[in-house]
Ligand binder design. Structure first.
Ligand SMILES: [Zn+2]
Length: 59
């Protein structure tokens, strides 16, 4: 995992990907979805480069 990239979750299908910026179109469901930043910013979940499970499990 690369620490300079953020984790993004598709709000439509839940697809997770690690990129600097979220894609315009989701690679999984092919929709123009809102991507949620699920990057961990606290030591609890391991810091940057990791997914924050609390955010990732929210729909
Ligand atoms: Zn999607």
């Amino acid at each position: 995992m690369e620490e300079n990239k953020n984790w993004w979750k598709c709000s439509n299908c839940g697809y997770l990907l690690q990129e600097a910026e979220p894609p315009e179109t989701c690679p999984s469901c092919k929709q123009k979805c809102a991507f949620i930043d699920t990057t961990c910013y606290t030591p609890e979940c391991g810091g940057p480069g990791n997914i924050d499970p609390k955010i990732a499990q929210n729909k």
